[in-house]
Design a protein around this ligand. Structure first.
Ligand code: GDP
Ligand code: GDP
Length: 428
């Protein structure tokens, strides 16, 4: 596996860069005995390569580059094939920067000199001092504005050995269970992974006592995020804590299972649905304890779900009973299906064929005799699929019409159940 370390003194932007590169795939466990919490490890994908990124940021206490820090850093960087040395040229170089440069030169690992906080070309003038470090040409980047990252990655990749095994590598799908306490999240997790090998890994360095469960199923790797066992922190109300945990779990996952107790649907379900909606990630509503709903209550339960979950009305529902193993497979199948669609890219030609048919067939909103015209459509992002539509007047687009259009897009373009976003652009 490839391994790349990030070094640099405090405040130059190491963790910003780390977060940028690792993104939502963070949280691979770093468990360095003795230095827990000092170095952070994350997994990133780049051109089908898995790269373990190590942020040594936590090793520095003040601005001094001391022997003890150096030793820890050498140890944390063991096996790294390249080192990204981050500097902040706008701030100017400090004595510590020169010491680190000396140390890196002696270490003999390839160093990519990285000038961060170059938010715009005008900041490049500050870079002149960096050539004096004798570590080659610096790469200008801005971790905050995601500038220069492609070039940085290119420079890193040069030093990583071509690794055949990495090529077919498929990243795990990260799925979180969110829901109030007692809705059956742990029971579902057990029903799901029951006969399989389950590895429970603690995530160190956080106040959360969370667990991620790594799980292989039919050759697909999964990470089940933040699930079992946690009840409450003493200083918070159970429900508040559940909300906080849900937010964190959502951020760290690709797909969300929003678990509700079929016999007890309340305002928390509404709040959770909103959190899920805002994330833009695919949600599957898992209506658990279905075995407890009497036949004459089915209609009422459905009504309640529609009402509380209107914000994510596009989300598929799966009815489960963890204690009877009912619906468990479907829950997983839906998650995999949505994940694929969520990451899909639809060719522009196909989109415009659809738009052409659509605009001929349908009435469009009009405003004092003028009507909305849509000229061109393209997909600008995946995960969630985000489409830009070029039109004459974006102010003619009402909320209702946009909602209507989104539903048509989901239906006609095989995106059922997937969160979809629209951007309107005016073409003069
Ligand atoms: P670390 O101590 O090296 O991990 O640095 P951080 O990532 O915590 O960043 C330190 C500060 O620099 C924070 O206030 C960041 O918002 C800021 N920062 C990081 N990257 C950039 C950048 O590219 N441009 C600008 N202007 N500020 C940045
Ligand atoms: P969590 O707090 O969301 O992880 O919920 P648990 O998995 O700990 O379940 C809470 C309680 O609900 C336990 O007593 C479970 O046995 C029970 N339970 C979970 N799923 C079901 C179900 O599908 N049907 C019924 N009847 N009980 C369930």
């Amino acid at each position: 596996m490839h391994k790349v370390a990030i070094v640099g003194r405090p405040n130059v932007g190491k963790s910003s860069l780390f977060n940028r590169l690792v993104g939502r795939r963070e949280a691979v466990v770093a468990d360095f005995p003795g230095v827990t919490r000092d170095a952070k490890e994350g997994l990133m994908m780049h051109q089908n390569h898995r790269i373990v990124l190590i942020d040594t940021g936590g090793l520095w206490s003040g601005d001094e580059w001391e022997q003890a820090i150096r030793e820890k850093a050498e140890w944390a960087m063991e096996g790294a094939q390249a080192v990204v040395f981050v500097l902040d040229p706008r701030e100017g170089l400090s004595a510590a920067d020169y010491e680190v440069a000396d140390w890196l030169r002696r270490l003999g690992k390839p160093v990519i000199l990285t000038a961060n906080k170059i938010d715009s070309p005008k900041h490049e003038v500050h870079m002149a001092e960096l050539w004096g470090l004798g570590l080659g040409d610096p790469v200008p980047i801005s971790a905050e504005h995601a500038r220069g990252l492609d070039e940085l990655m290119d420079r890193i990749m040069v030093h990583l050995p071509a690794d055949e095994e990495d090529v077919p590598d498929v990243a795990p799908i990260r799925i979180s269970f969110i829901g109030r306490p007692n809705v059956g999240k742990s029971s579902l997790l057990n029903a799901l992974t029951g006969s399989e090998r389950v590895i429970v890994a603690d995530v160190p360095g956080t106040t959360r006592d969370s667990v991620d469960v790594e799980w292989d199923y039919s050759g697909q790797r999964f990470v089940l995020v933040d699930t079992a066992g946690i009840r409450k922190r003493p200083d918070t109300a159970i429900e508040d804590f559940a909300m906080q945990r849900s937010q964190t779990a959502i951020e760290r996952s690709d797909v969300i299972w929003l678990v509700v107790n079929a016999t007890e649907i309340g305002d928390h379900e509404l709040k959770l649905a909103n959190l899920a909606y805002d994330s833009g990630k695919p949600v599957i509503v898992v209506v658990n304890k279905w075995d407890l709903v009497p036949d004459d209550e089915l209609k009422r339960t459905e009504r309640e779900l529609n009402e509380k979950l209107f914000h994510i009305s596009y989300a598929p529902r799966v009815y489960t009973s963890a204690i009877n193993d009912y619906g468990i497979h479907e829950m997983l199948a839906e998650a995999m299906k949505l994940y694929e669609k969520w990451k899909n890219r639809i060719p522009t030609a196909e989109l415009n064929r659809w738009l052409g048919i659509w605009t001929v067939k349908q009435r469009v909103p009009n405003f004092q005799g003028r009507s909305l015209r849509m000229y061109f459509m393209t997909q600008v992002e995946i995960a969630p699929p985000t489409f830009a539509i070029f039109c004459n007047r974006s102010d003619f687009v009402t909320r209702a019409y946009e909602g209507y259009l989104l539903n048509r897009i989901r239906e006609d373009l095989d995106l059922a159940g997937v969160p979809v976003r629209l951007k309107w652009k005016e073409k003069g």
